[in-house]
Structures are given as C-alpha cells and as structure tokens.
Design a protein around this ligand. Structure first.
Ligand SMILES: Nc1ncnc2c1ncn2[C@@H]1O[C@H](COP(=O)(O)OP(=O)(O)OP(=O)(O)O)[C@@H](O)[C@H]1O
Ligand SMILES: [Mg+2]
Length: 666
C-alpha cells in the first residue's frame, strides 16, 4: 500500500494532522480575521474612546509602579519630560528671534535707521539683541542636555527596579495560587506571560508613557506658538499630517492584530526549537531521528511567517509613503503661501522659519503620538494580564477563623461521600467515595491507571476542595484548618516528584524547609528513604550537586532520584504519611527493603500508599480498591481475597505471571 493513499490514508491523515498542533498540520498562517465591529463613524469613535479610556486607566498604574520603585528618579523623569517637551518649541521660537533680529539688523544698516530692534517686549540695539538670543539658545541647549542625561539616568534606575519589583510580586503571588490555576491552560498562559513579559513590559509602558507626555507637550506648545502668530498656520500644521496619520493608524492596528494572531505560531516555533536544543529531549530526538523533521518544520513555519510579515511591512510602508506624499504636497503649498505672505510683509522671515520648524515638529509629534499610543495600547494589554493575575485569588484558603489542629493529631481520616471533578473537565475523577482509616493504620490504595488514586491523595492534602462531601481529620472537616497548617502535618511523596537542581542534602532537606541545613536529620531521612548508600557513593557525599543545570553535578538514575524524593518525605515526623507509587522505579531489593523499613517508620502514623505491586500491597492493614473514581472494595487482604472480586482477580493475575499458573485459572 502506498503511504497515505486510499481511504485508510485519508482517515489516518484526519486522525493525526491536528491543525495547529505544531508538529504536523498546515503551516499556513491565515490573514488576521477582519474585525466584525461596525465601521460607521460613531462606533469607530466609541472604539477609540474605549481604548483611550483603557489607556488612561493604565496610566496611573504605571506611574504608581515607578513611584513605588523610586521617588526621586520618578520626579526627575517627570521634570525632564516636561523640559524635553518644551525644548523643540523654545528652539523654534529662538530661531525665529534670531532670524528676525538678523533681518532687523540688516535693515538698520542698509537703511541707516536708528540702531534699535524689538526683541519680544524689549527694545535693544542690534548687537545686544543678537547676543541675548545667542545666550538664550545656549541656555536652552545646556538645559536640554542636562535634562536628557537626567532622564536617561532615572529611566535606567527605574527600569531595573520596576522589573525586579514586578517579578517579585508575580513570584510571591504565584506561590499563593491554587494548584488548579497552574493546571488550566488559559490561566497557565496568564502566568507564563506575566513571568516572561514582567521584566520588560512595565518598563516599556513607562517609557512610552513619558515619551507620549513629552510629545504631547511639544505638540500643544507648538500649536499655541503658531496660534500666536497665525491661527491659519496652526490649523494647517495640524491638518497636514492627517493623511499620513490615517495610513499609519490602519496599519498600526493591523500589525498589532498580526502580532496577536501569530503569537501561538511563534510559541510553536519556540517549542520546536526547544525540542531540538534541550538535554531532556535529546535522547528521543536522536533515537526517533526527529532532528531533521523538526528543523525542516521550523524552517517551513518561519518561512510562511516571514512571508506574511514582509507583505504587511511592505504594504504598510508603501501606502504610508503614498499618503505621506499628500502631506508633503499640502506642506509645500503652505510654504508657498507663507513665503508670499512674508514677501508682502504680512509675516516676517522669522515667522517663515518658525513655521517650517513647527510644522515639521507637529508632523513628527503626530506620528510619535500615534506610535506612542499603539505601543502603550499593546503594553497595556500585557499589563492588564499582569494585573489580572495579581487579582486572582486562591480558592483553597483558610477560613476567617481557622481552627487549630488537634494536639497531637491522631491521624483519623474519614472520607464522607467525596465527589470531585478537575476544574474544566466533565468527567468525575472521584464519585461518592466514603471510607474510614483508623489512626496508625497502613492503607494501600490500588486500582487501574486513571482510577483516581492520586486524586484522592491530592484532596487529602487539600490541593483541591471536593465538589461535595467532606474529608475529616480527627473528626474535623479539613476545610476548617489553615491549609498551610494542615500540610505541615503531612509527609508526602507525589507520583511526579521534583528533582531539584541542588545538592543531595538540599534535595532532601527541602522536605522540611525549617530544617534544610539540619545535617543529622537529613542523614536520618536519607536512611529512611534508602538513599544513604547511594549518597555515600557520590564524589562529595551529601554536598554533591545533583542535576547539571548549575555547577557540574552528578546525574542520577531514575530509581536513585526516587530514593532521594522518598527521603525528602521522611524529613517531617508527621502523623500522616502519604506515598504515591513510592517504589515504581526501585529495584526489587530496594522495594523489599523499603517496605521492611516502612513497618518501623510508619509506626504510630497513619500511612497511605499507592502501589501496583501486590506483593507490597498485601502487607498493608487495609486495602482500598478504586474503580473509575468509585470505591469498589475496602478491607484486609484476607477479606478481599475471600470476597473473590476485583482485588482477588488482580492479585491472582499478577501472581500467575510469577507462578506459572495458566491464565484461565485466574
Ligand atoms: N490535573 C488534572 N486535570 C484534569 N484531569 C486530571 C488531572 N489529573 C488527573 N486527571 C484525570 O483524573 C482521573 C484520575 O486521575 P488520577 O491521577 O487520580 O489517576 P491514578 O489512579 O493516580 O492513575 P495512575 O495509576 O495512572 O497514576 C484521570 O481520568 C485523569 O485523566
Ligand atoms: Mg496516580
């Protein structure tokens, strides 16, 4: 059969080519969808008002950020911005004065008039007037240079501080958020974006806000200056950049939409390059020969991406230039008009120069105002995200008056009709589960993959709250406790435990952060978890760095990492011990040793562990079988074997593999 041919091929193609998955599927990037909003003037104005309103709301936030980061630099920045905004107008006005005094002086000499010229309100000799103007110009230049330096310094000082402050706030907030927040793709996106953009966006926003203010000041002061000379000129200066402005605004909005539209594609490109350049993926990429495929895929997606971008950029610039020509023509006509007026003596040569400078500067400020607004608009959207994240409150929280945990905690665990679905899913992970574990008992939780075993543990640690039903510890609903306080009384190892890029002793010590440097305790925990021998064999013992992210560390095997994680769980001497598949990667001897030790370690503690190996399961006081999120069987090994139901079947199934029992007999 030819590859991909025929009906089967078509079906396979449908099944495997998930659009947008990044690894297969089309590499095409469609045009940004046209906006469905009405295009009449009123709704356009409404949209403009909305986005400007949003920006104005964003403004105080940014100023507050800067203010919190540093008062003096902020004040300097404000001051420098105002001076910087007035400088072009002052310079233009001084040039006008200069030209007017020079032409005045020429006339005085040519026509032998009395040596007297008017400079603003003053009557001066021609030389005095020239000197005064030169001094004024020098002052403006010096002030401007000083202010530029001040604003550069304060901006740099502020930007580092603002970005550190934001990162700190994001971290502090993220550490309080619910587990479910990290597991939803939309909310996870929020936090990724906040983390990735946090260092740059607020600073960019700050910069664009201040340059917008500066441009605004230039714009207004220039117009005011022109108004004082000729209202008509002022009007012309404002009107002539409008065509270019319209062209710019259309494409500005489009390029922003393009950026938003293509961001998932850029993320996929990032993912493709991560797959090829990261150590953890390298093995599979080599074995499955994915390298060429991924590189080629990246090349194709990026070619399409840049093709679209080229089109947009070229279009934008060509049309921008065309519209700009209209502006230029208007400008030239105006010059002609002013020149004629000057010749007729209705305007001075200085006015002509002033207009030239002013109209240039107004034109520039209009386009800068625009790009400033689009920049701000975009940055503001990211900031909105950031503030949305900071406004997200955890749902798993302590009650207003948390109840202190009983002292001592006995470890009496009761599930009462507990039902739970993961947020954003329809399927029930646990449905109506009820059971009781007496203090000090050891319970093995068994069941097929996806039966809800790990979910049960997560609920007990209050990483989620049940949708209905209650979980009681020593007769009290665990929601009445402060969750942090509750978790301090639980020692746990999860199925997807963390491998910290840290020393062996730190890897174990973080199990009880208050004792992270407590050598003897860490040694004891390593013994309990069965990691003592392996650590003794490391080049620097407990001090050996594990993982290779930072300094040259030791790479451990899968089972060795698990022993470390297991030791971490023994750092706390808690009344509740929870182990989710603690021996999944351990060799037979290590597993046997662990359970032998566990009898001692779990003495006096309520212990729950999940295991798929029935040799260890049968040693537990009680066995709890979950099936599709429901409690199917609960009792001692002997009871469940006698009942001859699911557990007995699974037990014999595994035993038959060892004991050469024919499968029919199972
Ligand atoms: N974070 C999550 N978000 C949404 N659904 C989840 C999440 N974690 C688990 N599930 C779903 O809940 C069900 C129970 O998962 P759970 O992890 O409790 O299974 P398990 O019994 O521990 O399985 P295994 O033996 O494979 O570890 C599964 O159907 C799974 O798809
Ligand atoms: Mg599990």
């Amino acid at each position: 059969m030819t590859r991909g041919g025929g009906r089967r091929g078509a079906l396979m193609a449908r099944a495997t080519a998930v659009p947008d998955s990044g690894l297969t599927g089309s590499v095409d990037i469609p045009d940004p969808a046209p906006e469905n909003e009405p295009k009449d003037l009123r709704s356009r104005l409404k949209r403009v008002r909305r986005s400007v309103g949003g920006l104005l709301k964003g403004l105080p936030r940014v100023v507050k950020l800067a203010w919190d980061a540093g008062r003096w630099p902020t004040l300097w920045l404000v001051f420098a911005t105002i001076v910087g905004g007035l400088t072009p107008t002052a310079t233009a006005y001084i040039s006008k004065l200069l030209i007017d005094s020079v032409t005045g002086a020429i006339r005085v000499h040519a026509e032998h008039l009395p040596d007297q010229v008017r400079l603003g309100p003053f009557e001066l000799t021609t030389v005095q007037a020239l000197i005064a103007v030169a001094v004024l110009q020098l002052l403006v230049y010096v002030l401007n240079a000083l202010m530029t330096a001040a604003s550069t310094i304060s901006q740099q000082l502020l930007s580092d501080r603002v970005s550190q402050t934001i990162r700190l706030r994001v971290m502090a907030h993220a550490s309080r958020l619910d587990l479910s927040f990290f597991e939803g793709s939309a909310s996870y996106d929020l936090i990724r974006q906040a983390q990735d953009e946090a260092p740059s966006r607020p600073v960019a926003m700050l910069t664009s806000v201040f340059s917008l203010i500066r441009t605004g000041i230039t714009f207004v002061s220039m117009i005011a200056l022109l108004l004082s000379i000729s209202p008509l000129l002022a009007l012309l200066a404002v009107l002539s950049p409008i065509p270019a402005f319209i062209a710019d605004s259309r494409y500005g909005a489009r390029s922003y939409r393009f950026a938003v539209w293509t961001s998932p594609i850029r993320r996929r490109m990032d993912y493709l390059s991560t797959l090829v350049t990261t150590d953890t993926y390298a093995k599979e990429v080599k074995l499955f020969g994915l390298g060429d495929y991924l590189v080629d895929r990246f090349r194709r997606i990026s070619a399409v991406y840049f093709g679209r971008q080229r089109k947009l950029v070229t279009d934008r610039n060509l049309r921008g230039t065309a519209w700009g020509l209209v502006t230029t023509i208007t400008g030239s006509l105006t010059y002609l008009y002013i020149a004629l007026e000057a010749v007729n003596g209705r305007l001075t040569v200085g006015d002509l120069l002033l207009y030239t400078q002013a109209s240039n500067s107004v034109q520039q400020s209009v386009s800068q105002l625009f790009s400033g607004f689009t920049g701000m608009y975009e940055n503001n959207l990211y900031l909105d995200n950031l503030y949305k994240l900071l406004a997200t409150e955890p749902e798993v929280v302590a009650p207003a008056k948390p109840r202190p945990l009983p002292s001592p905690v006995l470890g009496h665990v009761v599930f009462e009709d507990v039902t739970f679905s993961y947020p954003g899913t329809d399927s029930v992970a646990l449905g109506g589960v009820s059971f009781e574990i007496r203090p000090g008992q050891t319970t093995a939780v068994v069941g097929r993959n996806g039966a809800g075993k790990s979910t049960l543990f997560k609920l007990l640690c209050r990483l989620y709250d049940p949708d209905s039903g209650r979980i009681l510890l020593d007769g009290i609903d665990i929601r009445e406790f402060d969750p942090d306080e509750l978790r301090r009384h639980i020692s746990a190892m999860f199925q997807d435990y963390v491998t910290y890029q840290a020393s062996a002793s730190e890897n174990i010590g973080v199990g009880d952060i208050d004792h992270v440097t407590d050598g003897p305790l860490i040694e004891r925990s390593a013994e309990a978890g069965g990691a003592d021998e392996l650590i003794a064999g490391l080049s620097r013992g407990m001090a050996t760095p594990l993982g290779r992210w930072f300094n040259e560390g030791a790479n451990l095997s899968g089972g060795e990492w698990q022993k470390i994680a297991l030791s971490r769980a023994f750092m706390r001497d808690s009344p509740l011990l929870i182990l989710d598949e603690p021996t999944s990667a351990l060799d037979a001897q290590a597993e046997y040793d662990l359970f032998a030790r566990l009898r001692n370690l779990s003495h006096g503690r309520t212990t729950l562990y999940i295991s798929h190996r029935f040799s260890t399961v049968r040693q537990a006081d009680r066995i709890l079988l979950l099936e599709h999120g429901s409690l199917a069987e609960y009792g001692t090994h002997d009871e469940l074997m006698a009942a001859d139901q699911g557990y007995a079947h699974l037990f014999r199934l595994q035993a038959s593999a060892y004991l050469d029992v024919p499968e029919e007999k199972v």
